[in-house]
Design a protein around this ligand. Structure first.
Ligand SMILES: Nc1nc2c(ncn2[C@@H]2O[C@H](COP(=O)(O)OP(=O)(O)OP(=O)(O)O)[C@@H](O)[C@H]2O)c(=O)[nH]1
Ligand SMILES: [Mg+2]
Length: 384
């Protein structure tokens, strides 16, 4: 429908989640052969993470998208050692991965002040280079924004993801009864009574074949890579994208969503996941929920009835299945509590495994000195 795609263009056109930049390190300065003087090194170009910035701001502020560091000064009689060229810092939002044009990852900006060197300055001329300077590195680099949130919402269009985010947080995403209402990711904060906050990323709906570029889902799947957990949202009554596409029950929706994630990046399925069954206010919802729960208990077997390309190779075992109605608020307090519990359990497990890793490292690093038994010499031994 034309009117939807126009609206899409307008809104999506405003959101920038990747940017290509030209970066050049400064050239080195000339050496001074007569007096053995050394030219200054050229400056470097860095990308530095800063809070509350967007890629769009960089694009608007630097339409040429060119960043060139300062050249090193030539060596002179007055200053035998030439001054270093100035560095250039490109401030970028947190949650960026920086890649070179050939797809190599140069670094990630996960926290404020993290920095990645993108173009090194050239060396100043010196005795080793017959006093001739070298040029700075020239590169095209790509900044890719991946949202960081505690939870990422995954679901077909119209499942009620944005309605759920609105009901749980102060975010005000667009909600409507047509598919693909959400055109760009949005983050909402769920705030608890003790002021603890959990961030939830609302993502555009996925459709079958999203990993192959169908719909708009695949563009946004990268955002799920950085969320700690997944929250699947399905309509208890199932979903049909259009008259000429098949109807999918809630159970099929779960398997298809799993399959799409798997085809995009299998590791995503290792994340803890909660299943939210929405629209429990609709007629016969209870009955459909019981059916879904029974199907999920036997999902390995039952999914064999699906066409082969719809069967995921790993089945998700949800930590919780939570029936809700984003419309009436049914089940939301329980969901809110379970989200927190689930994240806290994950944190505790990660802390424990980090502690165990550290302990193992320490044991490897420090040889433990065995207490000498009487009459025996003291010896160092490595634990196995
Ligand atoms: N009856 C009922 N309708 C709901 C419920 N939650 C959402 N809806 C309706 O379902 C439609 C889709 O809701 P959205 O929140 O926009 O769905 P979405 O998953 O964000 O959809 P996309 O952004 O298109 O992927 C809207 O008409 C909502 O009013 C619910 O709990 N019960
Ligand atoms: Mg939405």
């Amino acid at each position: 429908m034309v009117w939807i795609s126009r609206a899409c263009w307008r809104k999506y056109g405003n959101f920038v989640d990747n940017l290509r930049l030209y970066v050049k390190g400064g050239s080195g300065g000339m050496g001074l052969p007569r007096l053995g003087g050394q030219g200054g090194n050229g400056g470097d170009v860095w990308v530095v993470a800063k809070k509350d910035l967007t890629l769009k701001q960089i694009k608007d502020r630097y339409p040429q998208k060119r960043f060139v560091a300062g050249v090193g000064s030539n060596s002179s009689v007055r200053a035998l050692k030439g001054a270093r060229g100035g560095d250039v810092q490109i401030f970028a939002p947190v949650g960026i991965s920086v890649t070179s044009d050939d797809g190599r990852i140069l670094g990630e900006l996960n926290h404020e002040e993290d920095r990645v060197l993108v173009a090194r300055g050239g060396q100043g001329g010196s005795l080793h280079s017959a006093f001739l300077p070298s040029k700075g590195q020239i590169r095209q680099v790509r900044l890719d924004l991946k949202l960081i949130a505690d939870l990422g919402l995954v679901g077909f269009p119209n499942a009620g993801k944005s309605s759920l985010l609105t009901a749980l947080s102060h975010a005000t995403p667009e909600i409507a009864s047509y598919p693909f209402t959400t055109m760009r990711p949005e983050i909402g904060k769920v705030i608890y009574e003790d002021h603890k906050q959990v961030s939830v990323a609302d993502l555009p709906g996925l459709i079958e074949g999203a990993h192959m570029n169908r719909g708009m889902g695949h563009k946004f799947l990268k955002h799920v890579e950085r969320t700690k957990q997944l929250m699947f949202v399905v309509d208890v009554c199932g979903f049909q994208l259009a008259n000429n596409t098949p109807f999918r029950s809630a159970f099929e929706a779960v398997q298809l969503l799993t399959k799409e994630l798997e085809l995009y990046k299998e590791e995503l399925l290792a994340k803890p996941a909660i299943l939210v069954v929405n629209k429990m206010d609709l007629p016969e919802a209870e009955e459909k929920l019981r059916k879904l729960e029974a199907q999920l208990e036997n999902q390995e077997e039952l999914s064999q009835l699906l066409p082969e390309d719809m069967i995921p190779s790993t089945f998700l075992h949800f930590k919780h299945t939570v029936p809700i109605s984003a419309l009436t608020g049914l089940g939301l307090p329980r969901l809110k509590a379970l989200i927190r519990q689930s994240l806290e359990e994950q944190d505790a497990m990660e802390t424990e495994s980090q502690r165990a890793d550290r302990l193992q490292e320490l044991r490897r690093e420090v040889p433990v000195v065995a207490k000498p038994a009487w009459g025996q010499p003291q010896s160092a031994w490595e634990p196995s």
